[in-house]
Write a protein that binds this ligand. Structure first.
Ligand code: NJP
Length: 248
C-alpha cells in the first residue's frame, strides 16, 4: 500500500490531491492528512474513505516544529512506512512592503511556508530513504519570479525553491525523488486567508480571480509530476500575473 502524507489537506489543492489519489487508487492507498482544522480534515478523510482509501487525520500546525515531527511519527506508527510527503500547507500575503508596520506576520508566513516544509521533510527523510520514496514541494511561480505586493510570499517560496533544489541533489543517490510544483493562480480560498499589511486575514475571496486555474487541474498536474518523479511541474499563469510575467 502506498502511504502518502499531505500537509494542508483540509482544503484547496491539498484536499483535492487527497481526493484524486483516493479516487484513482482506492484501497491501494493510505492517506495521512494534516492541517490545523480537525473538523475539515475529518470531512476530507470521510470523502477519501468512501472511495476506499485508508485514512489517518493528524491535526497539525506546521509552524510548530514538534507538531511536524509528531505528524510523521504518527504516520509511521500507523502504516509502518511513508512513500510520499507532499509539503503543501501554505499561507499567502498581499501588501506593499512600505505599508507593512509590523513584521511579525512575515515571520509567521516563513514558518508555515518554509519551515513547515523543512521540519516535515527532516522528520520524514529516514522513512523516505528506506522506501526510496518521493518528496513534493508546492512552491509557486512567485518562487521563481518576484511579484509586487508579494515580498513575504515570494521570499518564502524562493526559499522553498532553493531548499528543495539543493536537497534533490543530496538525496538523489539514496533513491529519493524531489518534485517542486510551481502553480500560478489557482481558484482556492488562499487569498481570503492571506495576510494584509496589518497582518490580518485579507477576507476577500479570489475564487473569481481572472484566469485562475481550477483546483482539480492543479492537483492533477501535481499528481502527474509526483508519480513521474519529475524534477518540477511549472504551471502557466493567465490574467494579471501572466501579463506581469510576460513583461519581465
Ligand atoms: O490554499 P488554501 P491552496 N499548519 O488556503 C493549511 C500554494 N499555491 O490550496 O490549517 C498546517 O485553500 C490550511 O488548513 P488549516 C500555496 O502557497 C497556491 O491554494 O486547517 N496547515 C489548508 O488546508 C500553498 O503552499 C496558489 O487552515 C496549514 C491549506 O494549508 C499551496 O499551494 C498559487 C497552516 C491551504 O489551503 C496550497 O494552497 C501558488 C498551518 N500553519 C501556490 N496554515 C493559489 N491557490 O493560487 C495553512 O502559486 N494551512
Amino acid at each position: 500500500m502506498r502511504v502518502v502524507v499531505i500537509t494542508g489537506a483540509s482544503d484547496g489543492i491539498g484536499a483535492e490531491i487527497a481526493r484524486q489519489l483516493a479516487a484513482k487508487e482506492g484501497a491501494g492507498i493510505a492517506l495521512v492528512l494534516a492541517a490545523r482544522s480537525a473538523a475539515q480534515l475529518e470531512a476530507v478523510a470521510g470523502e477519501c474513505a468512501a472511495l476506499g482509501a485508508q485514512t489517518l487525520t493528524v491535526p497539525t500546525d506546521v509552524s510548530v516544529r514538534i507538531q511536524c515531527r509528531r505528524l510523521i511519527v504518527s504516520a509511521v506508527e500507523r502504516f509502518g512506512h511513508i512513500d510520499v510527503l507532499v509539503n503543501n500547507a501554505g499561507r499567502s500575503a498581499h501588501a506593499l512592503f512600505e505599508d507593512v508596520e509590523d513584521l511579525d506576520w512575515y515571520e509567521e508566513l516563513m514558518r508555515v511556508n518554509l519551515w513547515g516544509s523543512v521540519w516535515c521533510t527532516q522528520a520524514a527523510l529516514p522513512a523516505l530513504k528506506a522506501s526510496r520514496g518521493s518528496i513534493v514541494a508546492v512552491s509557486s511561480l512567485a518562487g521563481l519570479v518576484g511579484v509586487p505586493g508579494r515580498t513575504a510570499y515570494s521570499a518564502s517560496k524562493f526559499a522553498m525553491t532553493g531548499f528543495f533544489e539543493a536537497l534533490r541533489a543530496e538525496v538523489k543517490g539514496a533513491g529519493v525523488s524531489v518534485t517542486t510544483a510551481y502553480p500560478g493562480v489557482v481558484a482556492t480560498q488562499i487569498r481570503y486567508r492571506g495576510f494584509n499589511a496589518q497582518g490580518e486575514p485579507m477576507g476577500s475571496s479570489s475564487l473569481k480571480e481572472e484566469g485562475a486555474m481550477s483546483v482539480e487541474e492543479c492537483a492533477r498536474l501535481i499528481i502527474e509530476g509526483m508519480n513521474g518523479r519529475r524534477r518540477e511541474v511549472v504551471m502557466t499563469a493567465k490574467g494579471k500575473l501572466g501579463r506581469f510575467i510576460k513583461l519581465l
